[in-house]
Design a protein around this ligand. Structure first.
Ligand SMILES: *[C@@H]1O[C@H](CO)[C@@H](O)[C@H](O)[C@H]1NC(C)=O
Ligand SMILES: *[C@@H]1O[C@H](CO)[C@@H](O)[C@H](O)[C@H]1NC(C)=O
Ligand SMILES: *[C@@H]1O[C@H](CO)[C@@H](O)[C@H](O)[C@H]1NC(C)=O
Ligand SMILES: *[C@@H]1O[C@H](CO)[C@@H](O)[C@H](O)[C@H]1NC(C)=O
Ligand SMILES: *[C@@H]1O[C@H](CO)[C@@H](O)[C@H](O)[C@H]1NC(C)=O
Ligand SMILES: *[C@@H]1O[C@H](CO)[C@@H](O)[C@H](O)[C@H]1NC(C)=O
Ligand SMILES: *[C@@H]1O[C@H](CO)[C@@H](O)[C@H](O)[C@H]1NC(C)=O
Ligand SMILES: CC(=O)N[C@H]1CO[C@H](CO)[C@@H](O)[C@@H]1O
Length: 546
């Protein structure tokens, strides 16, 4: 037990410390104010400490080059289940572990039937004529579909129309046959669910030949994760041959698939801040199989890394002139975004399990999700996620906060005299599972395969100067999901600005006195009933999957 005199001593010491601190602060304030800002020769080299001021393009490009090197070492890809993906995770982890005191965790999950072994086979027999078709050239696997090991030819049954209604399937008998379905009207997974319901032995979906880019088989088309039938995507011409040959068409499908295990999410937490009020900042870590994935979304991966490294450093500055936030910040890198937001979905699903009781790991401990993907497109726009574009069925409680975040970004771009555009919150990136679970979300991106219109170009040129508006009638990222998505596929100006915007949003919200109240002025329900997220949101990240 302490004595009275000890209390007095402590009180005096406390007063002295406070006075000294205030004096120092005042003096420093005067000194700092008198120093010309941005003067490199000045004795005081530090501008006022802010996360935004820590961000510079040199650091961003340095790390991005590392991802490019990783892709180059790994047959040009950083897609999941490749050495390039694992090396990406190791790089992020080692950067965090070597340079910060953030608490780093990995979370693993499995992607069923993702790995294709050996050489898949498709043979057709039409009126007794047998043909061997070539994998990729003539047919592709619809990802996640089951293995097939047909030892004989199985009759083919064409499904009328496009197989999007029960009546299409009940008018024929496809049980134990291979169903042939034309592309269109509904998604591939929906067609596959019908096929499964009507107990087919296999499914072939053929391209519809309605445009020059709709003849060949498409690669990396996805099925439902729980699919139990084998399914191939075939070219238009093969589809027509099989259709014309029916009922004398039969096929033999053979493919060996296995699960991709050990697909990782990484999350890194500040050791400070309230765990039950966590700010989640996310980006994805994988690329597509077709290229290095440098803008998509190496730029997001690295942008998030730079935020984490700098925030951790500021929090640890010994002068403590950068106060820690009242909230914990959790930086996450989601795996398998390219395959349907699998990493972020897995994370949210885990956090929603009723048996998860660890404080800080439950979804109720999260306040919001900021999402950063594709931050450096060569023909960029500054696309701010727009609250007005959420699907109408989005949980009500997420709306006010999402709007606040939208406005926070718009205000920053306005203040910086930068143009901005609206970007949809209708689906396609890792914020989806968070939004569907009732959390406020937001973020900025520079655009993917969409086309910059002339009016948008003009809008940007008006603000940035003639000639700086980019190219009209060209994609924001002409290398979207292609081999040429390399480190040269980067606009450094846009990249730095977007990461600064991300730093500003994080810092602004981190410093609010009551972030929960700011985001959820009407309170929020902790145990959100699980809505059918698959029906509400577009979990695809490819607009072209119908
Ligand atoms: C690159 O591809 C070749 C041939 O497919 C394979 O043998 C090799 O293991 C791959 N290398 C890496 C690093 O993935
Ligand atoms: C496979 O595709 C190529 C290229 O489109 C085509 O020339 C060839 O006829 C097809 N072969 C078979 C057996 O489907
Ligand atoms: C499989 O997934 C689909 C779509 O996500 C869903 O509608 C269906 O109910 C699931 N089936 C099973 C058996 O879980
Ligand atoms: C199917 O085969 C039968 C018997 O060989 C033949 O009579 C019929 O014309 C064939 N049908 C088609 C569509 O080729
Ligand atoms: C990547 O790492 C996971 C987890 O350690 C492992 O299961 C998997 O085999 C690795 N994949 C490759 C291609 O190295
Ligand atoms: C929590 O529930 C899930 C799904 O019901 C189950 O797979 C998991 O093993 C449970 N975890 C614990 C720690 O009991
Ligand atoms: C963005 O959308 C809002 C409506 O949500 C609209 O008022 C505004 O004009 C749009 N801004 C731009 C730059 O497109
Ligand atoms: C916000 C954004 O553009 N995210 C992109 C990240 O990568 C996926 C897959 O390529 C895109 O579909 C997302 O749109």
């Amino acid at each position: 037990m302490a004595e009275k005199s000890t209390y007095i001593l402590f009180a005096l010491l406390f007063l002295f410390t406070i006075t000294a601190t205030i004096l120092t602060a005042v003096l420093l304030g005067i000194v700092v104010n008198r120093l010309p800002s941005n003067n490199a020769t000045s004795l005081e080299p530090h501008p006022p400490l802010s996360l935004v001021n820590q961000i510079n393009i040199k650091d961003l490009l340095k790390h991005l080059q590392q991802l490019q090197d990783i892709a180059d070492r790994s047959n040009g890809t950083r897609a999941i289940a490749t050495a390039g993906f694992n090396e990406t995770l190791d790089y992020i982890t080692s950067q965090l572990e070597q340079n910060t005191n953030l608490i780093v965790q990995r979370q693993y999950f499995t992607v069923r039937n993702y790995i294709i072994r050996g050489n898949p086979q498709l043979q057709s027999q039409i009126n007794g004529v047998t043909l061997h078709h070539t994998y990729v050239t003539n047919f592709t696997q619809i990802l996640y579909s089951s293995r097939a090991d047909f030892d004989s030819f199985v009759p083919l049954v064409p499904i009328p129309n496009v197989g999007c209604q029960d009546s299409d399937w009940t008018s024929v008998s496809a049980e134990n046959a291979v169903a042939l379905v034309k592309r269109g009207d509904c998604t591939y997974p929906e067609k596959s669910l019908f096929a499964q319901k009507y107990r087919v032995k296999g499914l072939l979906i053929y391209n519809d030949g309605t445009a020059s880019d709709r003849f060949l088989p498409i690669q990396n088309v996805r099925n439902n994760l729980n699919t139990t039938i084998p399914a191939f995507f075939i070219s238009y011409s093969l589809g027509v041959q099989l259709l014309n040959g029916a009922p004398n068409s039969s096929v033999k499908m053979n493919i060996d698939v296995s699960d991709a295990d050990g697909i990782g999410n990484i999350c890194a937490d500040t050791p400070t801040g309230e765990k039950t009020q966590t700010i989640v900042v996310g980006s994805h870590s994988d690329g597509v199989p077709a290229g290095s994935g440098i803008n998509d979304n190496g730029s997001g991966t690295v942008g998030n890394l730079i935020l984490a490294l700098n925030l951790a450093r500021l929090f640890q500055t010994s002068s403590s002139s950068y106060p820690t936030y009242a909230y914990r910040v959790r930086f996450c890198w989601w795996g398998a975004e390219e395959l349907g937001l699998l990493g972020a979905r897995h994370h949210v699903d885990q956090a929603l399990l009723t048996n998860v009781t660890t404080v800080g790991e439950r979804l109720q401990d999260y306040l919001l999700n900021l999402n950063y993907d594709m931050l450096a497109g060569p023909n960029y726009r500054f696309g701010i996620h727009d609250r007005a574009t959420v699907p109408s069925t989005t949980p009500e409680q997420a709306l006010r906060g999402t709007e606040k975040i939208t406005n926070l970004f718009r205000q920053w771009f306005n203040e910086q005299k930068l143009p901005w555009s609206n970007s949809s919150l209708g689906g396609g990136s890792d914020y989806v599972p968070f939004l569907a679970a009732g959390l406020a979300v937001g973020g900025v991106n520079t655009g993917a395969g969409g086309i910059k219109s002339a009016s948008e170009r003009d809008q940007y040129a008006t603000v940035l100067g003639i000639g700086n508006g980019g190219l009209a009638n060209a994609a924001y990222d002409p290398c979207y999901h292609q081999q040429c998505d390399r480190i040269t596929n980067i606009n450094p100006f846009a990249y730095e600005k977007v990461v600064k915007a991300a730093a500003h949003a994080l810092e602004y919200m981190g410093r609010l006195n009551n972030l929960q109240q700011w985001l959820y002025p009407n309170g929020r329900q902790i145990d959100m009933p699980l809505i059918n997220r698959n029906q509400l949101y577009d979990f695809r990240n490819d607009p072209d999957l119908i």
